[in-house]
Design a protein around this ligand. Sequence first.
Ligand code: HEM
Ligand SMILES: *[C@@H]1O[C@H](CO)[C@@H](O)[C@H](O)[C@H]1NC(C)=O
Ligand SMILES: *[C@@H]1O[C@H](CO)[C@@H](O)[C@H](O)[C@H]1NC(C)=O
Length: 615
Amino acid sequence: MEVPVKVWALLVLLSVCLKTVLCFSNGKVEQACDDMTPEHGHQSSPHPPPYSITVDKSKFSPLEQIKVTLSAVPSENKAHFKGFLIEARNASNPNAGPVGCFTLLDPEISQLLRCNDREGAAVSHTSEVSKTEVQVIWTAPQDPPSSVQFQVTVVQKYKLYWVRIQGPVVSLNDAPPLPPLPTAGQSVAKTTTAASILSDAFTSDDCGIKKSCLREPAGCDPWKDALCYFLSFRTEDASVVFELSGPAPGYISFALSTDKWMGEDDVYLCIKEDDRVDISAAYVQGRTHPVIASENVLRDTAWRLADGVIQCRFRRNIRIPATYQNRSDLGEAHYLFMAHGRAEGGRTHRHDRQPLISTNPVLITGLPEDLTGSRSHLLIKFHAVFMLIAWMTTVSTGVIIARYFKPDWAETTLCGQRVWFQFHRALMLVTVLLTCIGFILPFVYRGGWSKRAGSHPYLGCTVMALALIQPIMALFRPAPDTSRRYVFNWLHLGTGMIAQVIAVVAICLGIHQQALLLPAPWSTGVLAGYVVWFVLADLVLEVHRRGLFSIGQFVKSFEIHTENIQTEDREEILFVPSENESYIKGHCFKKIVLAVYLCGNLGFLIILLATIGAV
Ligand code: HEM
Ligand SMILES: *[C@@H]1O[C@H](CO)[C@@H](O)[C@H](O)[C@H]1NC(C)=O
Ligand SMILES: *[C@@H]1O[C@H](CO)[C@@H](O)[C@H](O)[C@H]1NC(C)=O
């Protein structure tokens, strides 16, 4: 009995030794110098690594030193690590092996490795103890590559590791190192702390859980989606960490405002300058250029430039002493504005698009939440809604009724007037009313005439004028049986048609306004669909009226038609058909066409209104 126990004990001991050797918990991983891959027989994790690699400089000279920090992202659950391997590689030829050499800052947890016969070419762990951060110093070689990238393999547990996480890229100063300043006695130390470079894009994983996020499009993730505009913030003790990301040619920014208008706002700018990003606080007074603050109130700044996306992160104290004026108190609720645009020589241009504004005021230090925002003001949305209802639906229905439904309901009257006329008048009055209300709204929004809206406002004013002329003209129309009635008929028809055409053009331009940018070319397609639908309905009714649907009636109907035009056609507006049997028979058909037309029309209208609601 004794022997097997001893054998077991030996086997267990052996397997422990074997395991230790196989996974190198002592960190002597020299044979991984080149491929940086642990021989654990698993795949590198496909998920974004919960670690960040930062550097304290983005530029270096030969033999200059850079501090490299590998740390677990604090917001991630249990993101400590057991093993790591840090190397610097020629960024233009990353497979050519390590460059430069390291010195240790944390010798208990890190050790130097010998790669390609060079001592200190890489750094690894010393034991399996869980760590959350390690710092090392890298020294550039005498003749370094023009850019160097730090690459790190991190082992969280035996089966869970990330191979060659792509860290920050640092580049060689093309200028030779500056000689010491000749001005003796006055050594003005520049106090700006260098921003570090982010190793990876921000993610939206913790939005609403550990940090608050304002995003466009809603729910997007800057880690996956290069078109994502993203602002997040998270309170840590007495400070708040902000992350800002988005595609932009020159800058991205956000502002804290007490109202939904620009002006008197606390602004934070991340401006791209050549191949780096300047992170600063600024202030806008009125609708002017932001003025960059002279005091440095931002700490722990870091940035990243990739695929046209500017990303930056910084920390700010919740309260900033009154001596640093213009910095709002993060303990109070503010509207958040996000804007981006071009920049030149560190100076920002006006934003390319309307700023994204949070729907409600937000308490920055409040509980994490997923925020919503919009680039369009409610006034402008209502402007578009009123105009679309008026010039897509009510006007076209009113026109169809006037053109094709005059002979119907010949015997019935509605409040002393013929039925078609009551419908026509009511629909057109609604159109004019909606146009009047919708017309005022953009002026209220702009506080005057808009200079950046192109020809849309001019066309809009023309439509408004024509829409007002129509009812006035109708009010003073000559009686049906007078000889000048045809003048009114033509004018009324002409003005109405011109107004309708200009309105469609104005709407086409309207949906491409910056103040209410509907998705293109899709929304233009819906609009074109509406126009085609209207023309189609008009055509069907016209063909039907001419009796072309039933050949037998064609000749008869045609005769009646021509006869009518000569005799009694003074009565009403232009296309006056006679009230004879064949038309009354077609009454049902016309009603069906009108109903089908209205259904389609309302479909197009609802699609556009829903789109407006969503932007
Ligand atoms: C026939 C219908 C329409 C008329 C008569 C009309 C009329 C006008 C007028 C007169 C203005 C100028 C206000 C100013 O300069 O401050 C304006 C501005 C504007 N309209 Fe329209 N509009 C129509 C349809 C639409 C539609 C359908 C949309 C959007 C879907 C739209 C979007 C806008 C926007 C966003 C502005 C503000 C531009 C700016 O200030 O940046 N409009 N409209
Ligand atoms: C870095 O890689 C590039 C591209 O292969 C090469 O031209 C350059 O000489 C390398 N630099 C050094 C210092 O090895
Ligand atoms: C805010 O900043 C602007 C521009 O830098 C300055 O003119 C203004 O006086 C400041 N306001 C306060 C209250 O300090």
